[in-house]
Design a protein around this ligand. Structure first.
Ligand SMILES: C[S@@+](CC[C@H](N)C(=O)[O-])C[C@H]1O[C@@H](n2cnc3c(N)ncnc32)[C@H](O)[C@@H]1O
Length: 256
């Protein structure tokens, strides 16, 4: 990652962290795949993690890393943001688990040795990563042969309805699915904080994974729980069309 971009992202997440953690109240009894998807305890994509060496990429407040540690895994987490990591360390102390939290970018995993991890996991962080091929090359290096990379992010269909200027979802698509340009938007409520996220089509993700030497094992588009849809976009709401598209995508890939 270029230094300037890395440091502005870090500053942004340092400013956002308190609001993000207060709003989301993320659990630590199970890893999660973002606000719209079932928890890992239900999906069971990682299987029994006891004794597994797991690295969480873009670990934020550390909730998933802590959940893995509570289940007996040996866990490390990496994140850019000092404030997010401070939250993660506090939570790990409260939960009385040991997690090695490291500050850094997911494009440079030099803190971790070649082949030193069984599982790499990431929830809703890869959409902020500008240099995904570099990140995937690092993931491949750090994983042992046959190790798995499991990650979730906003579904690219959802991105098409995201009106960056208004920072809200639109009734009709406002952005082409095929447009690879970064999305610039402002995080509502926190001093109009400028954010950038990156959009790739599903085919582009599959190509990037294959190009980095990963074999795609599963691709999931879980339906959000109906109660959540009822609350956010009731069927008589102007935005109810958003109920018809997937919100989250999850990739499970294996080091070839
Ligand atoms: C939406 S939060 C998700 C955090 C956590 N995975 C969770 O589920 O709560 C995105 C996180 O990714 C981190 N992040 C963004 N880009 C990063 C990068 N290039 N390297 C490391 N961390 C990054 C941010 O600091 C932030 O904590």
């Amino acid at each position: 990652m270029e230094g300037d971009k890395g440091s502005s992202l870090r500053v942004a997440w340092n400013r956002l962290s308190a609001d993000y953690q207060r709003r989301h109240q993320i659990p630590t009894h199970s890893a999660h795949y973002g606000p719209w998807a079932p928890l890992e305890n239900e999906l069971r994509l990682l299987g029994d993690v006891r004794g597994q060496r797991i690295l969480e990429l873009g670990c934020g407040g550390g909730q998933c890393a802590i959940a893995f540690a509570r289940q007996g895994a040996q866990v490390a987490g990496i994140d850019l943001s000092d404030a997010q990591l401070a939250h993660a360390r506090r939570l790990a102390t409260e939960a009385q688990v040991k997690v090695d939290f490291v500050q850094g970018t997911v494009e440079d995993l030099s803190a971790f040795a070649d082949g030193s991890r069984d599982i790499l996991f990431s929830a809703y962080a890869f959409q902020y990563v500008g240099e995904m091929p570099r990140c995937l090359a690092e993931c491949r290096r750090v994983l042992r042969a046959g190790g798995r990379l499991v990650f979730s992010l906003d579904h690219p269909f959802r991105d098409c309805f995201f009106d960056a200027e208004e920072d809200e979802m639109a009734v009709f698509p406002v952005r082409s699915y095929f447009d690879p340009a970064p999305m610039h938007w402002k995080w509502a409520g926190v001093a109009e904080l400028a954010m950038t996220s990156h959009h790739h089509t599903i085919a582009a993700w599959v190509e990037m994974l294959a190009g980095a030497g990963f074999r795609l094992v599963r691709l999931l588009e879980p339906a959000p729980p109906e109660e959540m849809l009822d609350e956010i976009w009731p069927s008589d709401d102007a935005l109810s069309a958003l109920r018809l598209i997937p919100q989250t995508i999850i990739f499970v890939a294996e080091k070839g």
